[in-house]
Design a protein around this ligand. Sequence first.
Ligand SMILES: Cc1cc2nc3c(=O)[nH]c(=O)nc-3n(C[C@H](O)[C@H](O)[C@H](O)COP(=O)(O)OP(=O)(O)OC[C@H]3O[C@@H](n4cnc5c(N)ncnc54)[C@H](O)[C@@H]3O)c2cc1C
Length: 318
Amino acid sequence: MSATENPGRQSSVVQRLAAPHSGPVPFSVEFMPPKTSDDEARLWHAVRTFERMNPAFVSLTYGAGGSTRERTTRIAGELATTTTLTTVAHLTAVNHSIAELRGLIGAYAAEGITNILALRGDPPGDPLGEWVEHPDGLRYASELVELIDSLGEFHVGVASFPEGHHRAPNLAADTGNLVRKLRAGAEYSVSQIFFDVEDYLRLRDRVVAADPEQGAKPLIPGLMPITSLASVRRMVQLSGSALPADVEERLARAAGDGPEEDRAAVREVGIDLCTEMSERLIAEGAPCLHFCSLNFARATSEVLERLGIDTRGALTPA
Ligand SMILES: Cc1cc2nc3c(=O)[nH]c(=O)nc-3n(C[C@H](O)[C@H](O)[C@H](O)COP(=O)(O)OP(=O)(O)OC[C@H]3O[C@@H](n4cnc5c(N)ncnc54)[C@H](O)[C@@H]3O)c2cc1C
């Protein structure tokens, strides 16, 4: 169905990727539900800054095990109804019964959300800890894709993992799982943040080889301009991964050997790295660049500006 057939509904992500965009490639931005009113003000500043740049879509994460259930639903609804942005709400299955998941999907629909990123989620507290299935819940994200699709006219995306998911026994099993989620009805995937473009390209090749039809669906790379070495080290560790040695080396050199890392120098290198990765991904035909903003607009805007995307003066002091 084209967006014009039902003008009251939000476009799907796939429709938005095909829509006109400024610059060499569509881009999208991920936000997190804010915890405090100060956080919320920062989120909305970032939202309005990116809105002027016509992103293909924005997405909003869902806290582990339902910890941000109300905030994610409310903010996703506000994004969908009070901005011009196509909004993707994340939903995780962990710690929820199927009845609760049905309720949450209904709550998204009531807020005008038709794009959902279907995830299994990690155990709350320790993302690398033992995964315990809810007795009346779902085991895998592929089942959540099916549940969402069975409840109405939704557009569902899933997660992909350029380095392989940390619980998958090997890359072949991980690729098989992504193909399973796409066959279950997912229209696209958004990848885990990565720092070696080769990992993304090899994943794309594996999916195409495993199932050309599913391989034709958009595999959207997840990117993040690094602004702190300590934070990025913590983040990759929590996802069961590590920074590539050359990236670690460049950042460590910028950080210096003082008691505190040189944040300005690290940020400069982080933005260079993200721009270089983006340029390579554009040259390799990536369908979109998805930026994890952590609710900050400036670092991502700097990358976008360097890529020739119209940032509408976002970097000019008011
Ligand atoms: C873009 C993106 C956004 C995210 N957003 C959030 C968020 O908002 N909130 C949050 O809490 N977390 C989020 N996460 C983290 C995500 O929930 C975790 O990475 C989680 O561990 C995996 O979720 P999944 O949906 O990929 O799970 P699944 O696809 O279900 O995979 C989980 C594991 O099970 C294996 N598996 C799946 N199906 C089968 C099967 N049939 N048989 C055997 N093994 C199988 C897979 O290989 C994998 O190892 C996000 C991750 C990404 C990449």
